[in-house]
Design a protein around this ligand. Structure first.
Ligand code: G3P
Ligand code: CA
Length: 303
C-alpha cells in the first residue's frame, strides 16, 4: 500500500498536467492537408495526409454564394485557382492596409462555378485536375481514417453578408453523424476559429464538439485571460512564436484543462532549430503542447 502511494505521488510529480481528453495522444494535424507535398486543400493533399498517418486533417472553410461549405484557406480564390482566367470580371475591389486590390471572393461564386476551377496547377502540373473540395467530399474521404479539424475562416465576412456560418457547420456535422451520440471514435472533430464572437456563438449553440480559439498575437494574454475562456472553448491554437514569448502559456492553459495546439510547423520556418523534426520534438516534449499543425505530417515525431 505504502509503495502504491509512493508510486502515485511519483507519477503525479513527473506527469505533465493533464489537458482535456480532446486528444487520445500527442497529435499531428495535417495543415491544409499534407500541404508541403500537394496543393493545399485538395483531395490529393488530404489523401496524402492520411497516407502519412496524420491524426487529424485540417479544413479551412468558406461558404459559396449558394450556401455550400468548401475547403479553401483564403476568402478569395485567386491565389490557389485559375479564377482570374475563367471569370476575369467577377472580382471585388477590396482595401487591405491602404492598398486596393482585386479579389475573387468565394462567397460571390456558386458551387458549380467553383467546381470549374483548377485548384492544383499553381502547385504543380501533375495536380491540374484537382478541384476545390466541398466539406462533404472531405468528410467522405477522411471519415473513419482520421480526425477532422475544420476552421471557420473569416467569420466576419459571413456575418456582414447574413450567412449563418456556425449553423451551416453544425448542420454539416449532423448530416455526417459527427456530433452528439453515436459518433465514430476514429473520427473525432475539433472546430477552430480566430473569431472570438464565432467561438462564443459555437459555445452558446452547445455545438457538442471541442472548439479551439486561434491566437495570432501575444498581446494581452495572461493567466487570467486564459481562465476567462474556460467553459467557452476547450483549447487554444496559438502561433508557435507566442509560446516562446509567453513561456507560461501552456501551464496556464493546462491548469484550466485547456489544450494547446500551435501552428504552423513547416520546412522554411525553423528559426534556430536544425530540422523540422527537432523543432516539433521541442514543442511536443519540452514545451509540452498537446498537438500541432504541420505541413509535413510524415515528419511528426512519435514517442
Ligand atoms: O488553423 C491553424 C492555422 O492553420 C492558422 O493559420 O492561416 O494557416 O489558417 P492559417
Ligand atoms: Ca487554418
Amino acid at each position: 500500500m505504502r509503495h502504491a502511494c509512493l508510486l502515485l505521488m511519483l507519477v503525479m510529480t513527473i506527469a505533465p498536467t493533464a489537458p482535456s481528453a480532446q486528444y487520445a495522444r500527442k497529435s499531428s494535424v495535417a495543415h491544409r492537408g499534407a500541404s508541403a507535398y500537394a496543393p493545399e486543400h485538395t483531395l490529393a493533399s488530404y489523401r496524402l495526409a492520411l497516407d502519412q498517418g496524420a491524426d487529424f486533417v485540417e479544413q479551412d472553410l468558406a461558404v459559396t454564394r449558394d450556401g455550400v461549405l468548401v475547403c479553401l484557406h483564403d476568402p478569395s480564390l485567386e491565389r490557389t485557382t485559375n479564377v482570374e482566367t475563367l471569370f476575369p470580371d467577377r472580382f471585388t475591389a477590396i482595401e487591405i492596409e491602404g492598398q486596393t486590390r482585386k479579389a475573387w471572393l468565394a462567397n460571390d461564386f456558386t458551387l458549380a462555378e467553383v467546381k470549374r476551377l483548377d485548384a492544383g496547377s499553381w502547385f504543380g502540373a501533375k495536380f491540374a485536375n484537382e478541384r476545390v473540395p466541398t466539406f462533404d467530399e472531405a468528410v467522405a474521404l477522411i471519415k473513419g481514417k482520421a480526425g477532422l479539424f475544420p476552421e471557420l475562416k473569416t467569420p466576419e465576412i459571413y456575418e456582414g453578408r447574413n450567412v449563418r456560418f456556425e449553423e451551416l457547420v453544425a448542420a454539416a456535422l449532423d448530416k455526417h453523424g459527427l456530433r452528439g451520440g453515436g459518433t465514430d471514435p476514429r473520427t473525432p472533430v475539433i472546430l477552430q476559429t480566430f473569431g472570438e464572437a464565432s467561438a462564443r456563438k459555437l459555445a452558446q449553440m452547445r455545438i457538442g464538439v471541442p472548439v479551439v480559439l486561434l491566437i495570432g498575437r501575444p498581446d494581452g494574454w495572461d493567466a487570467a485571460r486564459v481562465k476567462q475562456w474556460k467553459g467557452v472553448v476547450q483549447g487554444f491554437g496559438p502561433a508557435k512564436d507566442i509560446l516562446r514569448q509567453l513561456p507560461d502559456f501552456v501551464r496556464w492553459a493546462h491548469a484550466e484543462g485547456l489544450t494547446v495546439t500551435p501552428y504552423t510547423f513547416r520546412v522554411g520556418d525553423l528559426g534556430t532549430f536544425p530540422s523540422l523534426r527537432a523543432e516539433m520534438e521541442h514543442y511536443l516534449y519540452t514545451i509540452g503542447v498537446d498537438a500541432l499543425f504541420t505541413n509535413n505530417p510524415d515528419q511528426f515525431p512519435r514517442r
